[in-house]
Design a protein around this ligand. Sequence first.
Ligand SMILES: [Zn+2]
Ligand SMILES: [Zn+2]
Length: 359
Amino acid sequence: MSSSTLIAATPAKTKTLGYAATSPSTPLAPFSFARREPLPQDVQLEILYCGVCHSDLHTARNEWQGTTYPVVPGHEIVGRVTAVGDEVKRFKVGDLAAMGCMVDSDRTCPNCREGLEQYCPNFIGTYNSPDKHLGGMTYGGYSKNIVVDEYFVLHVPDQRNLAGVAPLLCAGITTYSPLRHWKVSKGQKVGIVGLGGLGHMGVKLANAMGAHVVLFTTSPGKKEDAQRLGAHEVVVSRNQDEMNRHLESFDFILDTVSAQHDVNAYLQLVKRDGTMTLVGAPPQPPSVEVFNLIFKRRQLAGSLIGGIPETQEMLDFCAQHSLTADVEIIPIQKINEAYERMLRSDVKYRFAIDMESLK
Ligand SMILES: [Zn+2]
Ligand SMILES: [Zn+2]
């Protein structure tokens, strides 16, 4: 037997428990499956909290196509290290640790070499991606534990509110990365469109970066809450007079809305040379009035989560500014109900599953 055959051998496995969807229409239910035993570079986490992201629901219900069942969603994970492989240097048993949307990438492409693993053509998602170790698909954070290459594991510097830290791993980094990339800073005027899981983090982060933050919402009822979260102004986007008052005044607008809406209404509010970045993907492509771009040399952009170095930077930034997500903690048994409530925007502003409840 050659040594390469030995290296390629399937690692030892241990049984674990999670919650899975087995078809687009079946509720999530207990599901027993295997995780690999930690390889030399792996960290094993006992999952303490897992945030509930809209992508979880889209994937569980096959709304983006391409779901392989059974699927165990969850990619906003905070846990405690329960085992480490021989070559692991940055973590030890007992440490708190976190992980987000990625469990692997090729580490060799230009994106990976710049620490932008989220743009790697070979990045492996935390769930519903091919599992190169065990075959089949990767299973996510709605489970007792997870085993991940050390590189994709983050340190948790703020240990006070772990349930509120979990959503930082997707909602937090998805909003932090574009705010940083487009250099949002003190004195700038920044718009956040939508006040959901992403939007509420966008407001908190832009405020902490020193910007003048304007929150756009369709619901006048969200005004007070937006101010509590850090918005300096709140604009009801259906009110044309209110919108007109902000024409050509924004350095940057972050649009977090994934429902159908008119991007032109917001583009007109961006200054000359300013940028509007989309992080929510509406089901139908938005129609863009190109004159809105040409006349003021505006840019319309997109952004996907963030790389591993930036995710650690975001966790450190949030700890430094005492920022966490606003969460409602639920037991795993309430996950199907939570999905229905999430569809009605009936959560302030993220569900976090207490994984203690999974027995
Ligand atoms: Zn997510
Ligand atoms: Zn790569």
